[in-house]
Every structure is written in C-alpha cells, then in structure tokens.
Write a protein that binds this ligand. Structure first.
Ligand SMILES: [Zn+2]
Ligand SMILES: [Zn+2]
Length: 186
C-alpha cells in the first residue's frame, strides 16, 4: 500500500488513520493496513526522540464484538546513553498489539482500559503507536553494551581515553598507615 518513487522515497499520504468501515461489516474477516508517518524530531518521553519515518504494519481481525490488531512498528529513535550521557540513534522493530472496540460494545467489555474505542470508522492510531514505542523502551538505554561511561571522579569519557583517577585513588587503609608513618597517630 505505501507509495515510493524510484529512489525509495515515500511519496504517499502520511497518515496514522485506519478505516475500519469495511471490516466492521465483515465478521471473521481481516484487513491489512500499512501506515507511514514522517516525524522531524518529536520527544515522546524524557530523552527519547522519534526521528524520521515511522512505519506500522497492522493486520486487524474482526472477531465479532472486537477488532484485534497484530503487527509491527518500525521507527528510528534517538536515546541518551545512561552511562556516557551521549545521544545515540537506534532503529527499532517492535511487535504491536491493539484492540479496537466499537463504542456501543464498551459496556460489554466493562470499559476495558487497554481498548481503543471508536464511533467513526476512521480511527487515529497514532496515540497508541507512540505509547507502544514508549512502553517498549528499556529502563536503561546504553549506546553499546560495553559502554565504559564517564569517570565518576573527573568526568572523562572512558570510551575515548583512560584517565588517571583509578591510580590516584587512595585506599582508606593506606591513608591510615600513611598518617602513622608521618607521626600523626592513628
Ligand atoms: Zn554510552
Ligand atoms: Zn577520572
């Protein structure tokens, strides 16, 4: 469904709306939606920026009272490394699950909070897409699993160069001995 030119550049309409009008009247049937939206730089959580294009592939099945969607989100994120504090980019591919419930069936599902309720067949899935991305983020973002981070004493970025702090750091036991040797007592 997405449109690209010969250079692979997306030229279609950028949208995050799906139209469930056909599927609503076809119980047990399914429909596949491909959506794309271009983001410049959107901060979706603290130190989490969404960059470039977000692509969503979603297969929605009409189960009768509900429309169950399963698919995948592809996005480029800029995160801040927890150790060295530098921003870094990461392309992510995440599973995406969403349930759409027609408003008139809301009471049947006891107002289930995770559902997306709709009255119009055009449903904007952007909020639930962004929420899924945020929820998938690790608690600690690392630019690389072996990032050495910053020296807690001088702030040197240890990925770039070593510092001398480890050598200068004096063991408190040696500190006590030094005092005795200097006649300061213990
Ligand atoms: Zn790092
Ligand atoms: Zn240091």
């Amino acid at each position: 469904m997405p449109d690209y030119n010969e250079s692979g550049i997306f030229t279609g309409v950028l949208r995050m709306n799906i139209d469930l009008s056909w599927l609503r009247h076809h119980p047990k049937d399914l429909e596949v939606f491909n959506l794309e939206k271009q983001y410049g730089d959107l901060e979706i959580a603290k130190d989490v920026h969404l960059l470039d294009r977000v692509a969503v592939e979603l297969e929605v099945t009409n189960t009768g009272r509900l429309m169950v969607g399963k698919g995948e989100i592809r996005a480029t994120l800029e995160l801040q490394c927890d150790r060295c504090l530098k921003p870094f980019r990461r392309r992510v591919k995440l599973p995406f699950n969403v349930e759409f419930c027609p408003e008139e069936n809301r009471s049947f599902f006891k107002d289930e909070e995770t559902f997306v309720y709709f009255t119009e067949p055009q449903v904007d899935i952007e909020p639930v897409v962004l929420e899924s991305i945020v929820l998938s983020l690790p608690l600690r973002a690392l630019c690389s699993p072996d990032c050495k981070g910053l020296c807690y004493m001088c702030g040197q970025e240890l990925n770039l160069a070593e510092c001398n702090c480890q050598e200068k750091e004096i063991d408190p036991r040696w500190e006590a001995l030094k005092k005795i040797l200097n006649g300061e007592g213990g």
